[in-house]
Design a protein around this ligand. Sequence first.
Ligand SMILES: Nc1ncnc2c1ncn2[C@@H]1O[C@H](COP(=O)(O)OP(=O)(O)OP(=O)(O)O)[C@@H](O)[C@H]1O
Length: 615
Amino acid sequence: MQLSYLSEPSVLYNLQYRYSQDMIYTKAGPVLVAVNPFKKVALYGNEYIKAYRNKTMDSPHVYAIADSALREMKSDEVNQSIIISGESGAGKTETAKIAMQYLASLGGGSGIEYEILQTNPILEAFGNAKTLRNDNSSRFGKLIEIHFSTTGRICGAMIQTFLLEKSRVVQCAVGERSYHIFYQLCAGAPTTLREKLNLKKVDEYKYLKQSCCYSIAGVDDAEMFRAVTEAMNIVHISKEDQDNVFAMVSAVLWLGDVSFTIIDNENHVEITVEEAAETVSRLLGCSIEDLNLVLSKRHMKVNNENIVQKLTLTQATDTRDALAKALYASLFEWLVEQINKSLSVGKRRTGRSISILDIYGFESFDKNSFEQFCINYANERLQQHFNRHLFKLEQEEYVEDGIDWAKVEFEDNQDCLNLFEKKPLGLLSLLDEESTFPNATDLTFANKLKQHLDTNSCFRGERGKAFTVRHYAGEVAYDTSGFLEKNRDLLHMDSIQFLAKCKLSIPQTFASKMLAQSDNLESIPYRPSVADSQKLSVAMKFKGQLFQLMQRLESTTPHFIRCIKPNNLQLPAIYGQELVLQQLKCCGVLEVVRISRSGYPTRMTHQKFARRHSC
Ligand SMILES: Nc1ncnc2c1ncn2[C@@H]1O[C@H](COP(=O)(O)OP(=O)(O)OP(=O)(O)O)[C@@H](O)[C@H]1O
């Protein structure tokens, strides 16, 4: 249904009415709003795909969006993008899969489309987890670019991922789970693999035990494990590589169980030589001595002299956890790389592409940390893209219709973006600068922000370690606790060299990648103590990725889908009006309504106008 009179109440009323009739898709201007049904709805499958392809059906649908993208790609010879956003649990990943399904069905034939669809179970196993908001929450952002040949057939794809939440590997809130693959492997590995990897039950691993949550209602982890290995076969990850992947997964779990023995009265430690340490060293292909060395000592350069520092229990535990996180994040990156090799367009001729972006939506919780800071920054960028595009569309439409128009004003979020990006006195630069000072703390960082940014209209310093940003979607108060550490994300050179020395090829590959990144150190503006650490800060790397992403999106014709979560219980047939209203505001849908209203809100064809108003 296309509303002819676009007003806030009419959008709200229609969304709710349609939802009650299982019509979960509604168009608000050029944006498709998808309200999560939290149940199976009979809207998908071959019959529906056929109906949208043959234009016998034209009600709003993800299929209709995918269809316009395909059509415009062919007719205008311009790359397309489908930008999906929404809160956690709103249905972005499902929507992305539904769009992929349509494209695969219309552009398929070579078989590669099946491979593309099979990337989903792999990425979900390694990058999704049960959270309090969503049983299958993606803990990373994803762009999948599907390539079409000049004849309109799918000929390959490329996946890019953003900011995997690696802290989850070592730390997980009560009632949530770590990444699915840990539970799937423990439940589903066949006996020989189980013995080879020395797998225990999930409730016996320290990393998994802390959240007291091991299963998901209605999900069979053992069955999922089989689906994941099958998908790995399909994207040509060899049996040997699969075994190596699972050895790394097991090594990460066992690493969490490595414990330490205090050896002196200064709290210095050595690893306790027992099953955990032995299993880790066997799985990584290193000696127990090397494992002990990397976890209990650190090489440092002081006044040009090499010294070895003994680590205290806290330092050793942090080093162990940092190694586990780095191993897992490298494994995830490596998997994406393997998938990309398998889907690569290679020398095959390529015409155009359709990119599907499934990225975390704006987040505002009671406590907001570094992760929300990055996610909301990304959303500011995407929102600007959204605004500019819709604004442009609006004006183009007037010009096309020969309407005498006055400039439509809309709220730009450039000020907020400047607050983040300005050099040297923007949030990101100040964070990076502070991250390089060894004695800096989260409090000195918060004070620095207050000192330099208090006059900025998008910023407000709060008491203690907090600050508030006025985002386009509302104010968010951030707590700087952990900001510096998460941004530095230190993995010491010792750990990288340790991985490089392992006998197995996969940790060696991880180490070479890390070293390659730390070779670019000259390009980092402020990192005096960097000799002992690695790479760009997390925020700077993310900013770089985001700029690249925006550049890519700028050259495409965008199609926007906004996913809405009607309740926080993940249950069907419950529609919280306030909750929906708040999300519509956050994702800019109401702004679209406002832009339309400040221009010409009522649109009618000549025929319809004549029919209604002629005497
Ligand atoms: N079109 C749909 N039909 C049926 N169920 C759906 C649909 N969309 C979403 N769901 C249900 O909602 C759940 C959450 O959806 P999804 O994982 O896509 O959310 P998300 O927005 O990607 O969340 P996150 O940001 O946490 O990854 C799904 O697991 C599924 O149960």
